[in-house]
Each structure stands twice: as structure tokens, then as C-alpha cells.
Design a protein around this ligand. Structure first.
Ligand SMILES: Cc1ncc(COP(=O)(O)O)c(C=O)c1O
Length: 328
């Protein structure tokens, strides 16, 4: 079974995979009423470390708050849950999936007294769009499904039901032989990939969009903006059009699972030179150095799984937080 792990952190306890179950009448199953995160853990010279776990758990709790979902665990308990499940499953380079959803009490749409269940799974998982894609880039199609507007759903929340929109886009892309779908927003400018934010490169400058383009405010997006600025690149934030993408020198996706993935083609037209561009490659290398703890400047983004090497205090105090768009 792919993406399988021995143990699951389930409502505060470590249980066997088979014991982490819920009832088929759960509210979350019927209405998609849940929120989740995707977090990654990487090998470093000091053992495995979780990348920006505090930012991910902050966003998790913010998503719950937006949906008025009471979360029975504190930020500290959830961060500890992520660390514990990585240790339990012996994960080195892997993916962590915290989810909170409504269990069963009523089938009414209002969740009323449905109990909130929280679980965290973790397993080894490589690059989401494939190792090859990191080098060669991905082929993308503009999705016939538009990204929902922020007046319909809180686009900054990572909520389960909202991902039906992404699922439609990726199913459409795969059925046409592409790797990923690119969703436009209701205004017709670019929103994001089905599970990634997007950057363009033109004349040595970087361009990406923000909240008003109906995107999830990606933690990788924020990381790449910081790294790019540190490397001396100018990063402009604003709306992006399909025309801009087609005339860009380079383009790439960012995401926790997708990392920094070059976009080589849009609907059978090459983007830039049709491969991984030099600035994309530089940022990709810098990103991988950061997540693997190879750049001392960014080790405060890591939370080491084994306490002897824990740099956690610095992480808590570095002032960065999810959605700190003022810094970008
Ligand atoms: C729709 C969508 N946009 C953007 C992203 C990138 O977000 P992050 O960098 O926080 O993983 C994701 C990641 O899961 C996503 O699902």
C-alpha cells in the first residue's frame, strides 16, 4: 500500500494504522468539513528535521478558526504530535499530514455537537510531481475549472472540502496527458496550480501573486520570496496573466510537496526555453539547501526530531509566521 505507515497519532495517542478509524456517518466524510496541513521532514546532518512546522501548525489552527472548528489540542501539542509520529514511524525524508474533522453526531449541515477528531500521519514520500519533474519541469494545462473566489470560500484556509476544486483540475489535466492543472480565478488572471503557488521570471525579476488572486498563501511561496530576496533578486507581488506566463523567461511552482518545480510547458507551448531555467535552478538548489539544513542562515526554520539537536527555540523566536504577507 503506498503512503502507508505503521502508526498514527490519533486524538492525542499513538495507535496502529488499523486502529485510526472513524464512523462512515462522520460529518467530515459527508460534507468535507475538515481542515488539514501538508508538512515535510528532511534529513539533515543532525538527523531528521521538520521544515517550518510552527508556520504549518499556525495555518492549521487559523484554518480551524475560520471554520469555527474548536480544536481540542494546543499548538505545542500538535507540533509535538508531528515530532512524535516522525519518530514512531522512523521517517527521515517524508511527509506529515495533520487533519482535523468533524466526527458523527448529526447529519445536519450545522456540525453542532459533532466531535472534532484530529489525526497526524507520516510516511516516506518523495517529490509530489516526481523526481524527474524537478529537473525537467512539468507540463501544465489551464484548467476549465476556475479557482473559487474568496467571497465563496476562505481561500487562505486549507480545508478538506475546498480540495474538490483542485481534484477536478488535476483529473482534467491528467486525462489530457498533462502533469498538473493551472487554475485561473474568477477574474481570469492566474490563481495557482491544483496544489502549488506559481512564480514567473522575466528579465531577472521574479513575479508572483497574492491573496487577492484567490490563492492559498503558501509557506513555500513565502520561503522562496525570502530566499530570492536574500540572493538579491527583486520579487514583485501582483496579479499574473496567462499572457505573462507565456512570455516569461522561466516559471515554476512552489509547494511543500512540490518543492520548487519548473514549469516547462503550458498547453503545448514551451515556457521560456522549455526546460528548467537558471534562476529556477538556483532557487531550487537554495531551497533544498535550506530544508536539508545546509545553509546556517535558515536553520531556524528547522525543528530537529531528536531533542539533542533541537534548534526549536530559534524557530519560535524568529518572528516569521504563516500569512505574514507584510514581509513579502
Ligand atoms: C492549492 C494550494 N496552493 C498552494 C499550495 C502551496 O502551499 P505550501 O507552500 O504552504 O505547501 C498548496 C499546498 O498544499 C495547495 O494545496
Amino acid at each position: 500500500m503506498p503512503n502507508h505507515c505503521e502508526k498514527i497519532w490519533f486524538n492525542g495517542k499513538i495507535v496502529n494504522w488499523d486502529q485510526a478509524t472513524t464512523h462512515v456517518m462522520s460529518h467530515g466524510l459527508h460534507y468535507g468539513s475538515g481542515i488539514f496541513e501538508g508538512v515535510k521532514c528532511y534529513t539533515t546532518s543532525e538527523g531528521p528535521a521538520i521544515f517550518k512546522v510552527h508556520d504549518h501548525i499556525d495555518r492549521f489552527l487559523t484554518s480551524a478558526k475560520i471554520y469555527r472548528m474548536p480544536t481540542p489540542f494546543s499548538k505545542e501539542e500538535l507540533v509535538q504530535g508531528c515530532l512524535d509520529i516522525i519518530k514512531e514511524n522512523g521517517v527521515e525524508n517524508g511527509y506529515i499530514r495533520p487533519v482535523a474533522f468533524y466526527g458523527y453526531d448529526t447529519l445536519g449541515v450545522h456540525p453542532k455537537d459533532c466531535p472534532v477528531q484530529v489525526s497526524i500521519g507520516a510516511f516516506d514520500w518523495g517529490a509530489y510531481l516526481g523526481q524527474d519533474a524537478l529537473v525537467k519541469g512539468v507540463r501544465v494545462t489551464v484548467s476549465p475549472w476556475r479557482k473559487f473566489h474568496s467571497s465563496s470560500f476562505p481561500t487562505t484556509a486549507k480545508a478538506n472540502g475546498q480540495y474538490l476544486n483542485s481534484m477536478l483540475a488535476v483529473q482534467d489535466a491528467k486525462s489530457k496527458g498533462f502533469d498538473e492543472g493551472l487554475l485561473l480565478n474568477q477574474e481570469g488572471t492566474i490563481a495557482e496550480g491544483a496544489g502549488q503557488n506559481i512564480f514567473l521570471v522575466k528579465n531577472g525579476k521574479l513575479y508572483t501573486n497574492e491573496e487577492d488572486s484567490s490563492i492559498l498563501m503558501g509557506i513555500t511561496r513565502e520561503t522562496v520570496i525570502k530566499i530570492a530576496r536574500d540572493l538579491g533578486y527583486k520579487v514583485r507581488i501582483g496579479r499574473l496573466s496567462v499572457g505573462q506566463l507565456l512570455s516569461a523567461d522561466e516559471a515554476f511552482f512552489t509547494g511543500t510537496a512540490s518543492e520548487v518545480t519548473p514549469i516547462r510547458e503550458l498547453d503545448q507551448r514551451p515556457v521560456g526555453s522549455g526546460g528548467r531555467g537558471p534562476i529556477t535552478e538556483r532557487l531550487q538548489t537554495a531551497y533544498m539547501d535550506a530544508v536539508h539544513g545546509r545553509n546556517p542562515k535558515y536553520t531556524s526554520w528547522l525543528t530537529y526530531v531528536h531533542p539533542a539537536s533541537n534548534n526549536d527555540l530559534a524557530n519560535k523566536n524568529d518572528g516569521s509566521s504563516y500569512g505574514a504577507s507584510a514581509q513579502v
